[in-house]
Design a protein around this ligand. Structure first.
Ligand SMILES: [Zn+2]
Length: 237
């Protein structure tokens, strides 16, 4: 009597492959969300850094402007004193003071200009970051909606396949069922049943003894590969 388990096991393998594919899809959908969440996290961190930099630059600017103001006041006063200086010694001292003040003031003015540029740069980056985050909120919601729909579809398909699988499982002999369960776990649902090809197991390429190949083609008993234990089906092509 021909063994009926083999065709059913082949069908079960097809179903398992489809379930596996759907699980793989679900992982892919979840990765889309992970990717956008990572991007948002990175941009948020960058925004915080830009805001901190801006505060640092602003407080530095304030300090330097204060120093500049004091130096300029000092210069103004020295100039006034210079105009009314009486003695030669006084004139020379004030001239020296004014001469010394000018480079400090110029250097400070340069530093302030640089700081103002940095502040502009920071503000542009912050604006860019805020725009990105504002836009990504909508994008994230859209992607989440899509992803949830895709996951729902895949999960629904899996439940349909599982029902189909249950109906095939009912048809199996107890020997085939226990082989199926054991091998399914061992091979993580992939290729628990394989074909004989040119006398070899297609799963592990083990050269099968000829009496085993004959038995597989007679199709009365369920035969397993002595090397990888996969169930062997005849190559029907
Ligand atoms: Zn094998």
């Amino acid at each position: 009597m021909q063994n009926k388990d083999i065709p059913n096991l082949l069908e079960l393998q097809k179903i398992e492959n489809k379930i596996h594919e759907r699980h793989h899809n679900i992982e892919g959908h979840k990765k889309r969300i992970e990717h956008i969440n990572n991007q948002i996290k990175k941009r948020k961190e960058l925004l915080i850094k830009n805001e901190e930099d801006l505060e640092t630059h602003k407080s530095e600017l304030k300090k330097k402007e204060k120093v500049l103001f004091n130096l300029e006041e000092k210069k103004k006063k020295s100039n006034e004193h210079y105009k009314v200086a009486k003695s030669q010694i006084e004139v020379e001292a004030l001239e020296k003071e004014l001469k010394d003040l000018s480079p400090s003031i110029e250097a400070l003015e340069d530093e302030i200009l640089e700081l103002l540029d940095s502040i502009d740069e920071c503000e542009a980056k912050i604006k860019d970051g805020q725009n990105f985050l504002k836009g990504s909120k909508d994008t994230k919601e859209e992607i989440e909606k899509e992803v949830n729909e895709d996951i729902y579809d895949d999960e629904h398909a899996i439940s349909v396949f599982q029902k189909k699988e249950d109906s095939f499982l009912e048809l199996l002999s107890s020997e085939a069922k226990s082989l199926f369960n054991g091998l399914k776990a061992r091979y993580k649902s992939k290729e628990f049943i394989t074909n004989v090809e040119k006398g070899k197991c297609k799963g592990c390429f083990y050269m099968l003894p000829s009496h085993l190949v004959e038995s597989i083609y007679r199709g009365i008993n369920i035969e397993c590969c002595p090397s990888c234990q996969r169930i062997l089906a005849p190559d029907l092509d």
